[in-house]
Design a protein around this ligand. Structure first.
Ligand code: CA
Length: 125
């Protein structure tokens, strides 16, 4: 997969709670949103930065007890390429007091063409 863009997928699990997990790895790095126990279909969505990325899902167990159906599911993996586009308000500088003009965080929300969640000045589309 090549970013930047929005990655999303659905997953669910039926497992031994707190011991057997469904995990997701982006570029071999485990992401925080792992699930365990009984979780119905849940949408995971995230912005992914520039360049090539690897995706991996893993169902990981401890050796002892099996719970539920002892399985995890992943479905509807989608990736929507997106680039970052500057979208300024009509007169952003004119309406601001002079000392604040230089401190407008323009680049903070669009590093290397990668959309960053929560950026008020940019429209990612
Ligand atoms: Ca187990």
């Amino acid at each position: 997969m090549t970013g930047p863009g929005q990655l999303s997928f659905w997953w669910k699990i039926s497992s031994e709670q707190n011991y057997d997990y469904l995990r997701f790895y982006l570029d071999a790095q485990e992401q925080p949103q792992k699930i365990s126990g009984t979780v119905d279909w849940q949408l995971v969505s995230m912005l992914v930065g520039n360049g090539a990325h690897s995706l991996r899902w893993a169902y990981t167990k401890d050796v002892n007890v099996a719970g539920g159906m002892d399985a995890g599911w992943v479905d509807e993996v989608s990736f929507v390429p997106r680039t970052c586009r500057l979208r300024l308000p009509a007169h952003p500088l004119r309406s601001m007091p002079w000392p604040r003009r230089d401190r407008m965080p323009r680049r903070k929300y669009c590093r290397s063409g990668t959309p960053v969640a929560g950026g008020p000045l940019f429209d990612c589309g």
